[in-house]
Ligand binder design. Structure first.
Ligand SMILES: *Cc1c(COP(=O)(O)O)cnc(C)c1O
Length: 406
């Protein structure tokens, strides 16, 4: 896979008022018109480049949208006030009541709750399937199915979707393949592999500063405009609008995305390899032991590695809790949900980000009690981090599951 996304991002160029090197921030909710006819035409959706009201669009949000379209290589992109705002808008735009979705069963907890619980209000039913089993995905499709939904690399077990195979299947049934690419920006070129709509929670790696919540939908001009339609657009009417000031700050953070992703991946690979060699059960797509390793290698952009997320099983929830508390005390990171920060973040998915998923379903998916999800930070010296983590384990008498013969 080529490096075009990062190059396209690099080539974006906007000047601010007075020749500023950053684009000006549109600090306005509403816009004046020089004549009444243009205002009417704008309401009707017949004027390109005219701004009406900032819930519809704003210059700062369009700049950020263009950067996201460059990242994913799609015609355009819309930005939202959160990842869930983007996800719910896409689903509500495409599905009417009585219709059906085929979704991966290992997805972000909020998306799972939205599909499983909230959409009951609209009698929209979802079949949750093992997304790595193409036969199972195909047999879940009914005459009412309106989309196939998955995460490129899933939360929290890091299952890797075969986007090319899923896109071919989606095409066969004339369905859109919707891919949440939050865990793997730059690494997995989802659109190039055939995904029609790509969603991001910008809250995570793309912004990378854990200082805001935001989301994006990348796709065709036609679909993104439909989301903004004043009469029928879910984005416009559900109102999950990103603030312009925040859009401007996210755009600035995107400039270092390529460097950050490389470092997150490098550090995570190092720790995953070390802990696996120590005999711990580690889930990381960069390990040959991972079930999605070969698919990931086939579809990834090798420059950006296998991503910053890994899970480590420390045997029990008690061990996990004690280990996370001690790591925080030892300044190894924060006991916090979310991902993509410069510090390592860790949490026990069963009691946090995946707690929406019932316990028996968690076990079926392989979410064991002692599992800790790590979003590995930008640590300067990852070997030092590893040694400090080993010290914490020794203090708590945490032992690997597998005894390595000496
Ligand atoms: C965080 C996350 C979301 C939701 O995004 P918000 O910005 O918190 O609304 C969706 N999908 C994935 C994979 C996530 O990690």
């Amino acid at each position: 896979m080529s490096n075009t996304s990062a190059n396209q991002l690099q080539d974006l160029q906007y000047f601010g008022e007075f020749g500023g090197v950053n684009p000006s921030v549109s600090d306005s909710s509403t816009y004046t018109f020089l004549n009444a006819k243009t205002m009417f035409d704008t309401f009707e959706g017949n004027t390109e480049g005219c701004y009406l009201y900032s819930r519809h669009s704003s210059p700062s949000n369009l700049y950020l949208g263009e950067a996201l379209a460059a990242l994913e290589g799609t015609e355009t992109a819309n930005v939202y006030a959160s990842g869930m705002g983007a996800i719910s808008s896409v689903i509500m735009q495409i599905c009417d009541s009585g219709e059906h979705i085929v979704s991966s069963r290992t997805i972000y907890g909020g998306t799972y709750a939205f599909l499983k619980n909230f959409l009951k209000k609209f009698a929209i039913d979802t079949s949750f399937v093992d997304i790595t089993d193409i036969v199972a995905v195909e047999s879940a499709i009914t005459s009412q199915t309106k989309m196939i939904y998955c995460e490129a690399v899933s939360n929290p077990l890091l299952e890797v979707a075969d986007i090319k195979a899923l896109a071919a299947l989606a095409k066969k049934y004339n369905l859109p393949l919707v891919v949440d690419n939050t865990f793997s920006p730059l690494s997995i070129p989802a659109a190039q592999l055939g995904a029609e709509i790509i969603i991001h929670s910008l809250t995570k790696f793309i912004n990378g500063s854990s200082d805001c919540v935001a989301g994006a939908v990348c796709g065709t001009t036609e679909f993104c405009l439909s989301l903004k339609d004043v009469n029928n657009g879910a984005g416009m009417l559900l109102g999950s609008t990103l603030d312009s000031l925040r859009a401007a700050s996210i755009l600035k953070n995107m400039r270092t995305l390529h460097i950050r992703i490389q470092k997150h991946s490098e550090n995570a690979l190092f720790l995953a390899q070390q802990f696996e060699a120590d005999g711990f059960r580690v889930v990381y797509p960069g390990l040959a032991s991972h079930s999605g390793h070969n698919i990931m290698k086939k579809q990834m952009n090798a420059n950006y590695g296998f991503g910053g997320l890994m899970t480590l099983d420390v045997g029990s929830l008690e061990n996990a809790n004690a280990f996370m508390e001690l790591m925080q005390t030892e300044k190894l990171g924060y006991l916090a949900v979310s991902l993509g920060f410069y510090k390592t973040l860790f949490s026990a998915p069963g009691t946090s980000t995946s707690s929406e998923i019932p316990e028996e379903e968690q076990l079926e998916m392989g979410l064991s009690n002692g599992l800790i999800r790590f979003s590995i930070g930008l640590d300067n010296d990852i070997e030092r981090t590893y040694n400090k983590m080993k010290n914490c384990m020794a203090q708590l008498n945490i032992k690997p599951q597998i005894q390595i013969p000496v």
